[in-house]
Ligand binder design. Structure first.
Ligand code: HEM
Length: 444
């Protein structure tokens, strides 16, 4: 049986982080006949980020998502020609110049959120961040307002999408963490409901694409416009429609759950530390909220980076060895996949110093840290398969966090039991849903 009963199905990667404290920077778990090597040390994780010797492996939860997002960027095999074509077509959609054009859409979501929260004393951060990040990707990427902040209530189509997306994500992560037999039994019960929800989600997306193609919705240079209209210079072809649908679903899933997790963690620390929130406010009021103002918010970005270091929304990535090699003194054959536990590696005192476990945004001002190569700080993955939405997520998060601090003083509705948020896992690592108390922050 191996260590089958030692797996924490609710918080697998947090449990593995505590195992690493006992077992060291590299260890193996045996689950029935499956062996999994975990890399938890900062230095060894850094070695796995070397693209000459390692590559991205399609394994674990990502493999489960393949049934949902098919040949979308996140779940396509690197050897699939459509992955390279989509990456070339979409890369400009995430460049700085494109982010500038999305700024108005991001601002409109921030406006709606602030208005929605105004006059309320206690707000549910989890729901608000889920809605805000979905709205940002829908408005900036596909020029669609989902209406998630309207007082009249959510557009029924968007409501269907929300419920379906939530169930699809829950099922995919449950089936990854389950014991094999439990997973099969659960699968039998859930399969029909899952497929029905997936169909609803796809129908919603097909509607968005069809409206654009038919001209019912005007042409736009957003992500959808890029995907439908760009001819790939290498192949001379446009992306097939089936692939465009997979990409839209990919962006809805990959773009909201992770960014919501980052925002929630950051708001938790800001609510627990009013001095930090004051720094964000001061910076916002000095720089302003236009594109360049937000892009240069150094204090706010240090805080976001520190959230990503301690609580990476994607707590680990799979890497496959390109050749026979040694890692931490163990032989790793070519083709062997390991799980790099980013969550543990980004807290390794050998790399991050004796205060590695503390939330300390100031550390990002240290010269030595600014010079750290991407080798040690990898919340967005690494190499050619790293996150295409990195700059998008950082700009969106800096804007939302600074707008919230500018408008409100926050405090935790339930006094914190410790100095860090309690976290839960569903593929991503997110805080257990929490609420904050709000009061209007005085204008300057
Ligand atoms: C890939 C994290 C936001 C779209 C990845 C990977 C990570 C990651 C770790 C690589 C996974 C692996 O190697 O297996 C994050 C985090 C985010 C975030 C922490 C927010 C804080 C976004 C946003 C979008 C996005 C906003 C889109 C709008 C993607 C896509 C890929 C990806 C399409 C696959 C890229 C490829 O394989 O070519 N992300 N992501 N992500 N992310 Fe993100």
């Amino acid at each position: 049986m191996g260590d089958v009963f030692g797996v924490d199905r609710n918080n697998p990667t947090q449990h593995e982080m505590t195992l690493a404290e006992r077992l060291g920077p590299i260890f193996e778990r045996k689950l029935l006949d499956v062996r999994l090597v975990l890399v938890a040390g900062g230095e060894l994780a850094g070695q796995c980020n070397d693209e000459d010797n390692w590559a991205r492996a399609l394994a674990g939860p990502t493999l489960k998502f393949r049934g949902i997002t098919g040949s979308g960027l996140f779940t396509a095999k690197t050897s699939d020609p459509l992955w390279g074509q989509a990456r070339r077509v979409l890369e400009p959609g995430f460049a700085q110049s494109a982010l500038r054009t999305y700024h108005a859409a991001m601002q409109s979501v921030a406006d709606d959120l602030i208005e929605y929260w105004s006059g309320r004393e206690v707000v549910d951060v989890h729901t608000a961040m889920t809605n805000a990040t979905l709205e940002v990707i829908a408005r900036a990427g596909f020029s669609r307002n989902l209406g998630l902040f309207t007082q009249e209530g959510v557009d029924p189509q968007a409501q269907t999408l929300l419920v379906a997306l939530d169930q699809v994500l829950t099922w995919a992560s449950e089936s990854t963490n389950d014991l094999p037999v439990v997973g099969q039994v659960r699968g039998l019960f859930h399969e029909r409901a899952f497929q029905a929800n997936l169909e609803k989600t796809r129908a919603f997306i097909d509607g968005i694409v069809a409206d654009r193609v038919s001209g019912k919705e005007p042409a736009s240079d957003d992500l959808l416009g890029l995907m439908l209209d760009t001819v790939d210079p290498d192949t001379g072809e446009k992306l097939p429609h089936q692939n465009v649908r997979d990409q839209v679903l990919t962006f809805l899933v990959a773009g909201h759950e992770t960014t919501a997790a980052l925002l929630e963690v950051t708001l938790w620390y800001l609510a627990a530390r009013p001095g930090l929130a004051q720094q964000v406010t001061d910076e916002a009021r000095t720089r302003g909220f236009d594109y360049s103002g937000v892009a240069g918010m150094r204090t706010t970005r240090n805080i976001l980076n520190e959230s990503l270091r301690l609580w990476p929304p994607v707590p680990g990535i799979f890497r496959v060895s390109r050749k026979d090699q040694q890692l931490g003194g163990y032989d790793i054959p070519a083709g062997y996949a390991v799980f790099v536990l980013t969550l543990a590696a980004q807290r390794d005192p050998e790399v991050w110093g004796p205060t590695a476990a503390a939330f300390d945004p100031e550390r990002w001002e240290a010269k030595a840290l600014r010079e750290y190569p991407d080798r040690y700080f990898t919340p967005f993955g690494t190499g050619p398969r790293s996150c295409i939405g990195r700059a998008f997520a950082m700009q969106e998060s800096a804007l939302l966090v600074s707008r919230i601090c500018d408008a409100f003083e926050l405090s935790l509705a339930e006094p914190a039991a410790g100095s860090d948020p309690e976290m839960t896992e569903r593929g991503t690592l997110r805080p257990v849903p929490f609420s904050v108390k709000l009061s209007a922050r005085a204008a300057v």
